[in-house]
Design a protein around this ligand. Structure first.
Ligand SMILES: *[C@@H]1O[C@H](CO)[C@@H](O)[C@H](O)[C@H]1NC(C)=O
Ligand SMILES: *[C@@H]1O[C@H](CO)[C@@H](O)[C@H](O)[C@H]1NC(C)=O
Ligand SMILES: *[C@@H]1O[C@H](CO)[C@@H](O)[C@H](O)[C@H]1NC(C)=O
Length: 365
């Protein structure tokens, strides 16, 4: 027979490794400064509910094409430009040129600026951009999803003519004039190569969301389990988990779908165990849209980004010596549409060289 002290010691020793193995499953994720507070969550839910009620009542969640048939006067579909920034808007003067001389019934501008920064470089007051009520955002946290949904909800509420919603950051630059951008999104039958019918009939028949949706990628599994092995179940089995660029252009119907979602948000708002495998905003939107309306999405983005030689989850950053008409031409080239419309990431000091080729090259179409 074993003596009692021996059994005790033995079972204690045995339980140590077991605790180590099970700890991540039993213990809640470490309290993270990045978790979303109930007060912030409530503010958002109130905003989202107002946007949903408003959009449902005003019958404005139609496909943009309906506007063409319903309105007797010249249709006025708008692009909502949504700037999500946690620094100054480095390229405000370039965007000023982009919007200059554009009829104001073709766009709106909304800015979610992290309240911890002071914007010394706002867009020109001419364009009546609106600063929306904003909260702090952090990398590797669901706060970036919340900020994006806040932008979408505010733009839905603000103007029923907002028909495409383009998300941009302070590092994004336009690759074409406003008029080219507008024609590509609303009019061109040949712009989107995922829509061969429009091209065949010579008239735009479909309005899809331009959002990258990929079903494979490095570390996809690690990112899936970054909140715990079974955390996403049962709502999101691994085979439905998607990844894509954070920057997209959504139709109004999809903007509303995103603001309505509660089910996937309940999962994606859970903080991750590890920051280096946690990019909720690159997964939430592609996964949600791919689960709910895959055929309504082009599955590619209009925002060019260079992931060659990525460091620490950051894409390649262009510096002043790189900026030239030739670079713009190369960045426009897309395998999925007639052109990319936006690009990132540019260092702030690229402003001067970009301004020098703005009117003579970038906006000359
Ligand atoms: C922003 O400006 C205010 C008032 O000018 C100042 O008190 C604050 O420190 C500034 N914050 C940052 C992050 O620069
Ligand atoms: C992408 O970045 C790499 C460096 O990582 C660079 O060599 C290449 O020229 C860039 N591609 C474009 C189209 O700018
Ligand atoms: C387009 O496809 C080619 C061939 O697969 C690839 O080398 C190139 O990087 C792609 N271009 C972009 C902008 O993704």
């Amino acid at each position: 027979m074993f003596s009692t002290p021996f059994v005790l010691t033995f079972s204690l020793l045995l339980s140590l490794p077991i605790l180590f193995l099970l700890a991540p499953r039993i213990l809640p994720p470490k309290p993270h400064s990045l978790a979303i507070s109930p007060a912030d969550e409530l503010d958002d839910i109130n905003l989202f509910n107002r946007a949903i009620t408003h959009s449902t009542n005003s019958h404005s969640n139609n496909n943009p094409s309906k506007f063409f048939h319903l309105s007797s006067k010249k249709p006025s579909l708008k692009i909502a430009f949504l700037f999500l920034t946690n620094t100054d808007l480095h390229f405000a003067p370039l965007w000023d040129l982009f919007f200059l001389n554009t009829p104001t019934n073709l766009y709106n501008i909304y800015i979610h600026a992290d309240p911890s920064v002071n914007l010394t470089r706002p867009l020109s007051p001419l364009f009546k951009s609106k600063f929306i009520p904003s909260k702090r955002t952090f990398r590797a946290s669901p706060t970036l999803i919340s900020a994006t949904r806040r932008l979408l909800a505010t733009a839905l509420l603000d103007d029923p003519a907002n028909s495409y919603f383009a998300l941009l950051s302070q590092h994004c630059v336009p690759l074409h004039s406003f008029s080219y951008t507008y024609r590509s999104l609303f009019l061109s039958p040949t712009f989107d190569s995922s829509d061969p019918e429009s091209s065949r009939f010579g008239i735009r028949l479909k309005y899809k969301s331009f959002i990258e949706i990929l079903s494979s990628g490095p570390k996809l599994w690690k990112r899936y389990i970054s909140r715990g092995r079974y955390a996403m179940m049962p709502e999101i089995p691994f085979q439905h988990f998607r990844v894509g660029s954070q920057f997209f252009t959504l139709t109004r119907r999809h903007a509303l779908l995103v603001v309505k979602d509660r089910t996937l948000w309940r999962k994606f708002k859970i903080p991750c165990y590890r920051d280096d495998e946690c990019y909720p905003e690159e997964h939430y939107f592609p996964t949600l849209l791919s689960m709910q309306d895959p055929l309504g999405c082009t599955k590619y983005t209009l925002t060019r980004v260079n992931w060659t030689g990525t460091v620490n989850g950051h894409p390649y950053t262009y510096r002043p010596p790189h900026v030239s008409p030739d670079l713009i031409l190369r960045l426009r080239h897309s395998n999925h549409s007639e052109s990319y419309l936006f690009a990132r990431k540019f260092s702030p000091d690229c402003l001067d060289p970009l301004m020098r080729i703005a009117n003579s090259f970038i906006f000359k179409d």
